[in-house]
Design a binder for this molecule. Structure first.
Ligand code: SAJ
Length: 444
């Protein structure tokens, strides 16, 4: 099949689309193409997820506006079907790959899922099919890993037997469908015609800019945009530490700095979690591994952000000391375990790091999170007998918390606010010993 034929099938929506990996990214993507009238086959290794999806039940917890209803609709209409069997992809004209691309403890990318998907896809790849990697990958991965592996596993040749591109996703838990439709995408094609064919496909779903580029540019844009965010957050965190040391309030400083033109100081906080920001800077860095490119800012920003849960423990120790308590033997209420407010996503959660650090100091952590099974429950009840509380996530339900009730429930009325959840004046009048990231103890 030529690209021209594929373009016609896409225009007629008769192209059979498949999505490999039905997670936070792949499932909404599959649903959106099905919603737009394509027949979509979703491939997912976890059989329980396959079963749930084929029953029209989303395996993604948390508040994802529209996803549950959309999934039920496209399953009942037969537009979307999930499977664990790659054999079902034999007739697919377009294959989107949305598998995880984590980094390991040495910050080296682990492409096992991507490699497995490519090895399984090759033997069943339809002649003339278009394969698009949507996962975030290090610069150079398309040419260095994806292309050789797909040619080997399919026995085919690029631009003769299959076409190849990458179109990094820009989704965010809580806005999966909204981001898919409304955010621009860079569309990296191995050839210009491939990029144009990809744009024809994505125009069905994306209402924003679709920018045709080469594959290396697409790999760079995605990893750079998240490394940029990580550096910005690290800067805000470092300013927070300065404000604590000199008796300032980083939130006031940030508000006034951002009044200066072209400033956009990010939010300091108790740490940086999620599936994107902690790993994408390392994917970017990996793109120059072995090359003489000294990276100083990107690793330093990662170190600052990774240190923030430890800083929360330090603030906690100081607050306990003021009540003649130590961390050893203390029971600490950890408010929030997900990496982002009002989501169930706990990947790379700063709270997980905090719990490890507390336990290393001989403290016991009592974790509360309204979105995470096993951590749900009555917060004030869980606060009973705890020596202090730590705000790690800005869940909406915490904002209405009656601090005086919390103060009474705690054994010692200590609160460390890692996300500036509460207003200072509100904090003061509730008899709590407060420490906050970014707010210094005002000089007497
Ligand atoms: N965080 C801060 N300070 C900030 C912003 C975030 O400490 O100013 C923390 C959050 O608490 C969280 C982590 O960083 O723990 C990540 O937060 P995030 O808002 O960046 O959320 P993510 O990880 O879902 O980021 C995704 C990214 N999108 C993609 O990779 C496609 C990111 O590029 C987007 O900027 C972000 O969504 C978004 O806001 O849409």
């Amino acid at each position: 099949m030529s690209l021209n034929t594929l373009q016609n099938k896409i225009a007629q929506k008769s192209a059979l689309v498949s999505v490999i990996g039905l997670g936070y990214v792949g499932l909404p993507v599959a649903c959106e193409f099905a919603r737009m009238g394509f027949n979509v086959i979703g491939v997912e290794l976890q059989s329980e997820r396959v079963d749930k999806i084929n029953q029209g039940i989303s395996p993604i917890e948390g508040n994802e506006p529209g996803l549950e209803d959309l999934l039920a609709g496209v399953i009942s209409s037969g537009r979307l079907h999930a499977t664990g069997d790659y054999q079902e992809l034999k007739q697919c004209d377009v294959v989107l790959i949305d598998v995880e691309t984590p980094v390991d403890e040495n910050n080296i990318p682990r492409y096992a899922a991507l490699q497995s998907a490519l090895r399984n896809l090759g033997p069943v790849l339809k002649k003339g099919a278009l394969v698009i990697v949507e996962s975030t990958i290090a610069p150079g991965t398309m040419y260095g890993t994806v292309l050789p592996l797909l040619e080997e596993s399919s026995g085919g040749q690029l631009n003769r037997d299959f076409y190849l591109g990458n179109c990094p996703e820009r989704v965010m838990p809580g806005k999966l469908l909204q981001n898919l439709d409304s955010l621009s995408r860079v569309v990296g094609g191995m050839t210009e015609e491939t990029a144009n064919t990809m744009i024809l496909l994505y125009r069905n779903v994306v209402q924003a800019d679709l920018d045709p580029v080469d594959c290396v540019t697409a790999e760079l844009v995605k990893t750079v945009e998240n490394a940029y965010r990580d550096v910005q957050i690290a800067f805000a965190n470092e300013v927070a530490l300065i404000c604590e040391a000199v008796g300032g309030d980083v939130w006031k400083v940030r508000e006034l700095v951002n009044k200066s033109p072209y400033r956009q100081m990010h939010l300091p906080g108790a740490g940086v979690g999620g599936h994107c920001i902690p790993k994408d800077p390392w994917l970017l860095a990996y793109g120059v591994q072995g090359k003489d490119v000294p990276l100083r800012i990107i690793p330093a920003a990662r170190a600052v952000n990774e240190s923030m849960p430890g800083h929360v423990v330090q603030l906690l120790g100081e607050a306990l000391a003021s009540a003649n308590r130590t961390l050893a033997g203390a029971k600490i209420l950890v408010m929030g375990y997900t990496y982002l407010e009002d989501s169930d996503d706990t990947r790379n959660s700063p709270s997980a790091r905090l719990v490890d650090l507390l336990q290393a100091q001989g403290a016991e952590a009592v974790v509360h999170d309204p979105y995470v099974a096993g951590y749900q429950g009555d917060l004030l009840q869980m606060a009973q007998g705890c020596d202090a509380a730590v705000v790690m996530v800005r869940h909406s339900e915490y904002r209405d918390l009656d601090l005086s009730s919390l103060s009474k429930a705690l054994r010692s009325p200590i609160l460390v606010d890692g996300r500036r959840l509460f207003d200072q004046s509100y904090l003061n009048k509730n008899g709590l010993v407060i420490r906050e990231i970014g707010r210094g103890v005002p000089k007497p």
